[in-house]
Design a protein around this ligand. Structure first.
Ligand code: NAI
Ligand SMILES: O=C(O)C1=N[C@H](C(=O)O)C[C@H](O)C1
Length: 264
């Protein structure tokens, strides 16, 4: 049995994780933290009362509940501090919150080694999204001209999405040095061509109605290839979160990406 504290428990993802943890026979919910507390973590998600009350002080909750794992779905501006607190308390973070910089990830990796406490970060916990990224990496070897369109709900704080950045990074690993598009191109309206990741353009759409979607379009001579993934609800992320919570204590240092826990 792996003991779990959920940070960001009242959020869209936090509530889905509270439910998934309580419904899994190999995980035990021992703590829940959010900015507002006081409610039972079972009742909050429509399950019977479980005796775990949502608290507001992460440091105090880590010390009192002594979880093996902290699952974090909070905000891009607080996740780095949360992860450092968890590692200092020898609690393994399983992080879904996006927005960590490469420098912050390097610091987390160093702290995980120093504290001998493994950590796990995934920009996307949905198996279909992981497969999309792996397939994009394969396609880019043969079709290096590519643009990424990510579409999310309009409450999302960060752009581009962590998934889009991770996809571009994986494509960049295999793409030979390559200039795409017209070098003389000029934007008539700033931002028209989206963000630029090593020459790949990323376009972010934010609208009510969406959950999390991404389309990666490769262009070649007389043809295009589109690889698309759609998360239709937040349950789509739960098998990945549950898997990471069960596996993280057996890892070493920092692991980034759900693909590292799967066999291909
Ligand atoms: N890796 C993945 O597969 C996925 C990642 N995400 C990411 O997870 C994060 C959260 O997304 P949502 O649940 O949609 O957001 P949300 O806004 O619904 O939930 C965030 C929760 O964190 C709480 N919170 C904020 N600051 C806090 C703090 N200092 N301590 C404790 N709790 C705090 C808020 O009160 C809120 O309840 C985002 O960064 C999002 O991009 C979302 C879906 C999947
Ligand atoms: O904010 C979201 O909702 C999501 N965030 C992650 C991201 O930024 O890639 C994962 C998924 O796309 C949902």
């Amino acid at each position: 049995m792996v003991s779990v504290l959920v940070n960001g428990a009242c959020g869209r993802m936090g509530q889905a994780v509270l439910k998934a943890v309580q419904e899994d026979s190999e995980l035990k919910l021992v703590g829940a933290v959010d900015l507002q507390g006081g409610m039972d973590a079972g009742e909050l998600v429509g399950l019977p009362a479980c005796g775990v009350t949502v608290e507001t002080d992460l440091a105090a909750a880590l010390t009192r509940c002594k979880p093996e794992v902290m699952v974090d779905f909070t905000r891009p501006d607080v996740v780095f501090s949360n992860v450092k607190q968890a590692l200092s308390a020898h609690v393994s973070p399983v992080v879904g919150t996006t927005g960590l910089s490469e420098e912050q990830k390097a610091e987390i990796a160093a702290l995980a080694e120093k504290e001998a406490t493994p950590a796990f970060i995934a920009p996307n916990f949905a198996i279909g999204a992981v497969l999309m990224m792996v397939m994009c990496k394969q396609a880019a070897k043969y079709m290096p001209d590519v643009e990424i369109i990510e579409l999310h709900h309009d409450k999302k704080l960060d752009a581009p999405s962590g998934t889009a950045v991770q996809t571009a990074a994986m494509i960049a690993e295999v793409r030979k040095k390559h200039v795409q598009g017209n070098p003389d191109e000029k934007e008539k309206l700033a931002g028209a061509r989206g963000a630029d990741y090593e020459g790949m353009h990323i376009h972010s759409v934010r609208l009510p109605g969406y959950v999390a979607h991404q389309e990666v379009i490769f262009g070649g001579l007389g043809q295009t290839l589109t690889i698309r993934h759609d998360s239709l609800n937040r349950e789509s992320f739960m098998p990945g979160v549950v898997l990471a919570a069960k596996k993280v204590r057996g890892l070493k240092g920092l692991t980034v990406g759900l693909d590292k826990l799967l066999e291909f």
